[in-house]
Design a protein around this ligand. Structure first.
Ligand code: ADP
Ligand code: ZN
Length: 211
């Protein structure tokens, strides 16, 4: 089963992707995490992506398409994947459809994580993430210790106010239309109320895909 998670930055896609991945036994593919690792490792791809990411802009579609292909064709993803933030433009949605088709698969469902804008700004502004395992936290300061792996929590550059505003604007302009594209393509698109406890949101997501 291949499931696309869509929704604005701060909607909790990453957290829910981890949980759905554990429940369903298929890996989470998160282009944001892949790109941040590339930046850390100083690979050519990372060097290309860094400036876009720091500003909160989208990295070019070709880069994302290459990551998609690699990740979906990997052994671990043979039974499907949770695609977290992987599709943010129409060319990426088309590209994903092509890549999956070559593998004899398709997007089985799109889960749209719905959160009001005021709440998003609040969440992103108060967020830190584990440097090592990428688990996000709200209400824990930079420098605290990750509960999962003991790593150090840091603030992401793109969680600064200016970049947050830009990410939300980019989402509205480039990513929101992808939702309609999927609806028109006849894909099962489900809106998840992404406000409430993490457990409640996970339960809604599982219900939406009939699990
Ligand atoms: P968020 O969705 O909360 O902004 P992510 O960690 O998923 O954060 O992504 C961080 C950044 O990585 C994005 O702002 C963007 O620059 C880049 N990125 C990740 N996925 C994509 C994608 N599919 N297309 C273009 N850029 C992407
Ligand atoms: Zn950690």
């Amino acid at each position: 089963m291949d499931i696309v998670l869509l929704g604005p930055p701060g909607a909790g896609k990453g957290t829910q992707a981890q949980r759905l991945s554990a429940k369903l036994g298929i890996p989470q593919i998160a282009t944001g995490d892949v790109l941040r690792a590339a930046v850390r490792d100083g690979t050519p791809r990372g060097l290309e992506a860094k400036a876009y990411m720091d500003r909160g802009d989208l990295v070019p579609d070709e880069v994302i398409l290459a990551i998609m292909k690699e990740a979906l064709a990997s052994d671990g993803a043979r039974k499907g994947s949770i695609l977290d933030g992987v599709v943010r433009t129409l060319p990426q949605a088309e590209g994903l459809a092509r890549v999956l088709k070559e593998l004899g698969r398709k997007v089985d469902a799109v889960l749209f994580f719905n959160v009001a804008e005021g709440e998003l700004v609040k969440r992103l502004g108060g967020r830190t993430v584990c440097e090592k395992c990428q688990t996000p936290y709200t209400g824990k300061e930079a420098g605290s210790v990750c509960e999962k792996c003991g790593g150090t929590l840091v603030r992401r550059k793109d969680d600064e106010p200016e970049a947050i505003r830009n990410r939300l604007a980019v989402y509205g302009k480039q990513t929101a239309p992808v939702l309609d594209w999927y609806r028109k393509a006849g894909v099962n698109v489900r809106t998840i109320d992404a406000v409430g406890s993490q457990d409640a949101v996970t339960a809604r997501a599982l219900e939406a895909i009939g699990k």
